[in-house]
Design a protein around this ligand. Structure first.
Ligand SMILES: [Fe+2]
Ligand SMILES: [Fe+2]
Length: 267
């Protein structure tokens, strides 16, 4: 059996950056704005969801699957690295800025199974594409060079993750075309509102432990208010629509077209 995860593993081994590549002694404290702290705390919390997400993927792809779970572990390692990179930056700026452990622990519960395996893969494609763009935008905006570099490195990784989840989504749809409607529904959830919807916000925003802490939404709100230029959210959504159009074979460039494609699948 040819494993795509083995190809990814080899590729990551060759190109993967290391936490030790980051020089936290080079942080330019004079260039740090208070907004950065909020953004990074939000990123630390967002990235900590990897444990719940990996657990969810391992549960959901338990039977009859080896390639996706293996990839989930490789992917999870990189997301843990993001979590540690952001956390280390915060800690280097001021240990008091670090995120309270009880907030991180509150994220631990595994994600529930998606409506279908294709829907779960589609959710991951959408969220990776979203975070790729958000991190890239933040990287351009941030002036502190060490943090700028972390956002850029993470952004590139998220783009790779989107590509890999897309590979598995495409394969899943080839063998399970009946899951197409669930993929269109997933797209609709993430692109139909006017702002950014991320699965972490959809599933974990209401947790009590987060009530007096930043959440991933705090970061997205700040991104929208401070970083995103006119039309950036639309561009993020359009990019997701393009990718989904390509993988499903439907034109999904407007919400009406998504609904039409859904009617075609279910009708
Ligand atoms: Fe990440
Ligand atoms: Fe990612």
């Amino acid at each position: 059996m040819r494993l795509h995860s083995l190809d990814i593993f080899k590729q990551y081994e060759k190109h993967q950056w290391q936490l030790r590549d980051l020089d936290f002694t080079a942080i330019r404290h004079d260039l740090i704005k208070p907004e950065y702290i909020t953004l990074v705390r939000s990123a630390v919390i967002g990235e900590s969801n990897v444990v719940a997400a990996t657990h969810g993927l391992l549960n959901e792809f338990m039977e009859g699957e080896y390639d996706v779970p293996t990839f989930a572990i490789i992917w999870g390692w990189q997301e843990v690295q993001h979590h540690f990179a952001f956390k280390s930056w915060l800690h280097a700026v001021d240990p008091d800025f670090d995120v309270d452990e009880k907030v991180i622990r509150a994220m631990r519960e595994p994600y529930p199974d998606g409506s279908t395996r294709a829907a779960t893969l589609a959710t991951n494609v959408a969220s990776e594409l979203m975070v790729n763009r958000v991190y890239r935008g933040i990287s351009r905006w941030v002036e502190e060079p060490v943090l700028k570099d972390i956002f850029l490195r993470a952004s590139r990784d998220e783009s790779g993750h989107a590509r890999e989840f897309l590979y598995f989504l495409r394969k899943r749809l080839e063998t399970h075309p009946e899951e197409m409607a669930s993929v269109l529904e997933t797209l609709y959830v993430y692109v139909s509102p006017g702002d950014i919807q991320h699965p972490v916000s959809v599933f974990k925003s209401g947790l009590d432990a987060l009530s007096d802490s930043e959440t991933i939404d705090t970061g997205f709100d700040m991104f929208m208010a401070q970083v995103a230029g006119d039309g950036e959210i639309k561009e993020i959504h359009n990019n997701i629509r393009r990718v989904f159009s390509e993988v499903t074979g439907f034109d999904l460039s407007t919400n009406a077209k998504i609904r039409r494609a859904l009617a075609e699948c279910t009708g």
